[in-house]
Design a protein around this ligand. Structure first.
Ligand code: ZN
Length: 54
């Protein structure tokens, strides 16, 4: 498993909302999706990609 948002290989929660490592990354993904709806679709958006490394 690898989180598509932060790239973490280990989940940060016991039961993370897959394919994310945690609810936080899921929200970030949602944010990106919403931002993409108003901006250029597919353009990468950097939103605190990672705050901790394994
Ligand atoms: Zn993550």
């Amino acid at each position: 498993m690898r989180c598509p948002i932060c790239g973490a290989r280990e989940p940060r929660e016991p039961e993370p909302p897959r394919p994310f490592c945690g609810a936080r990354c899921k929200e970030i993904d949602l944010h990106r999706w919403l931002i993409g709806a108003y901006a250029v679709p597919g353009e990468p958006v950097e939103l605190e990609p990672r705050e901790q490394d394994p």
